[in-house]
Write a protein that binds this ligand. Structure first.
Ligand code: ATR
Length: 282
């Protein structure tokens, strides 16, 4: 008997709870259209108590889907429930991309790769800027710290309101990382090359403290993973201080590309046109 997945158009999902605001269907929909592919990508609302059953269904030979993305609050559970977890997701303990291959459910995490690809495309050479200061120690921070370490940055300062969470990340990722509380932030910015906001400060119009970006290297770079609003308070402050900035939209677009390749067979381009389409939705 033929596998039903050979004969039907591939279908992928993004599962989260809540999932209403996800922009991933818009991104994958643009790529499906651009490359003239028959396939689909849809939002699925899966409550935490239903996630294991959802994964069980996905693993069935006649699964409706060929894979998908998972987002909050399922990233850790996806990593536990997959049959094969790659070393990136394994170290993070969290996955955002799942696909079926040879009857097994594979998992990886593309958040860090998306972050790095976004900086590479908008500011080549950013990784030679010296010390990095990363604000925040949540799930997004983890993926970024791993990516910065793997890119070879030799000095990475993790700054968090709850300093214990920053220390846990130092234990997890090792040598180039150092943990600090918020009170160290201004001093750490002196001669820093890269500042990354991974915290929720500034999200959805909330306040963010004024930081001394004028103390950073004059060729320094400030980036924010928050993309609503696109120009976050930290990016506006950095521009005022004459620094270059990279907004968070690129990371969202670039982290989506590897999944698209797994499910639909083409590594898609992240273009200005795609950015503009998603921007209209922000
Ligand atoms: P995510 O998984 O999306 O990264 P998270 O785990 O909720 O989200 O982490 C949010 C980050 O923003 C944390 O580093 C949090 O600091 P704490 O670990 O101390 O909670 C940070 N954050 C949120 N609100 C903050 C605030 N008002 N001031 C400083 N940091 C804040």
């Amino acid at each position: 008997m033929r596998d039903s997945r050979e004969t039907i158009a591939p279908r992928a999902f993004v599962a989260g709870y809540p999932i209403r605001h996800s922009r991933s269907p818009l991104i994958h929909g643009c790529w499906l259209e651009k490359y003239g592919l028959t396939g689909s990508y849809q939002k699925v609302s899966v409550a935490p108590e239903d996630f294991a059953a959802f994964i069980d269904l996905l693993k069935q030979p006649d699964s409706f889907y060929c894979g998908g993305n998972v987002t909050i609050p399922h990233k850790e559970a996806a990593c536990r429930l997959a049959d094969r977890v790659d070393p990136v997701a394994e170290e993070l303990g969290a996955a955002n991309t799942l696909w079926l291959e040879d009857g097994l459910l594979h998992a990886t995490n593309t958040d860090g790769l998306g972050f790095v690809a976004s900086l590479d495309s908008r500011r080549p050479g950013w990784d030679r800027l010296g010390s990095a200061v990363v604000l925040g120690a949540g799930g997004a921070s983890r993926a970024i710290l791993q990516a910065l370490r793997d890119r070879g940055l030799s000095e990475i300062h993790v700054v968090n309101r709850t300093v214990e969470r920053a220390r846990e990340l130092v234990d997890r990722f090792g040598k180039p990382l150092e943990a600090h509380g918020l009170d160290a932030l201004d001093a750490l910015l002196v001669d820093a090359g890269l500042f990354v906001n991974t915290s929720s400060l500034g999200m959805d119009g909330t306040e963010a403290p004024a930081l001394r970006f004028d103390r950073m290297r004059s060729d320094g770079l400030v980036t924010d993973i928050v993309y609503v609003p696109l120009k976050t308070p930290f990016l506006l402050q950095a521009e005022k201080a004459g620094l270059s900035t990279v907004d968070g939209l690129g990371m969202l677009l670039h982290q989506a590309a590897p999944g698209f390749q797994k499910w639909f067979g083409i590594l898609p381009d992240v273009t200005e046109e795609l950015r503009d389409v998603v921007l209209m939705d922000i």
